[in-house]
Design a protein around this ligand. Sequence first.
Ligand SMILES: Nc1nc2c(ncn2[C@@H]2O[C@H](COP(=O)(O)OP(=O)(O)OP(=O)(O)O)[C@@H](O)[C@H]2O)c(=O)[nH]1
Ligand SMILES: [Mg+2]
Ligand SMILES: [Zn+2]
Length: 295
Amino acid sequence: MMEGIIVQGRGGLYTARDQAGQEYVLRAKKKFRRQGTSPLVGDRITFTPGGISDEHGWVEEIHPRVSQCLRPPVANVTLLCIIVSPQPAPDWLLVDKLLIFARKQNLRPLLIVNKTDLDDQGQTARQAKSAYAGAEMEVFSVSAEKREGLDAIRARLRGETCCFSGQSGVGKSTLLNALFGLSQETGDISRKILRGKNTTRHAQLFSFDDVQVIDTPGFSLLEIDEVFDPVLLREYYPEFAEYEGMCRFSPCYHGSEPGCAVLRAVQEGKIAQDRVERYHVLLADCRQRWRERYD
Ligand SMILES: Nc1nc2c(ncn2[C@@H]2O[C@H](COP(=O)(O)OP(=O)(O)OP(=O)(O)O)[C@@H](O)[C@H]2O)c(=O)[nH]1
Ligand SMILES: [Mg+2]
Ligand SMILES: [Zn+2]
């Protein structure tokens, strides 16, 4: 039996890497399915390598996970790096959803605004900083292409297992290439619709002395399909914390209730308005799913 880390998984075949850097192709034993689980990129495992004539070996055990992320599906990540860019234009609602997932799954989030060379007067970076100032999320700016701002990010990632996540075409793979001297495939964005072309197809983990990074396929749609009591949604917004308990109604959803301390703080410019507008979109969505939960 050997120990390793899963660096890639596709079509039921997993690639594991051992301490020496040797790679092995494996399948998961049936017991994992019975346990309602399956290996994820980032998992530490015990495995038996295949013999010379075998097509693959077997994943025997999955070691306890520090964290588990479903979107994207990866294990043991400590830092979820959300990448946005001026082109394709940022989908901030998607960023908010990723931020909620990160908090639910105990990952620290970090926002990276890439392609600052295309950012008209720094507008995207400014939007990011003002929207997330109270959200306990660090914001970095970088141009992977012009190689500006790389050192600060490299320093921040040290010691972490980082998962790069975000829309297709924002430059996740290009940025990882620039940061760590990798040579992953990158793709143009479509001129017509200014959208990425889903160049990266599978999550893949890269290990270095002091950092591990996972590149993941970009997406354009992200649903929060879990059903939970909408009153819990506000707990994922650190900017509300100091106003909790100060609203006229209890519980208050900070939706449109009179005497709401959060809404007052928004009016007074103490909480970013666009972030709360998007919270209201997610709240309506969450309420609807909660109402329909027995249908
Ligand atoms: N101008 C500019 N272009 C960049 C920068 N970083 C990446 N790009 C370009 O953006 C396009 C998309 O880059 P990718 O790295 O493939 O994007 P991705 O996020 O990995 O996309 P998916 O794999 O589809 O999720 C490529 O044409 C890159 O050359 C940058 O800092 N500035
Ligand atoms: Mg990519
Ligand atoms: Zn309120």
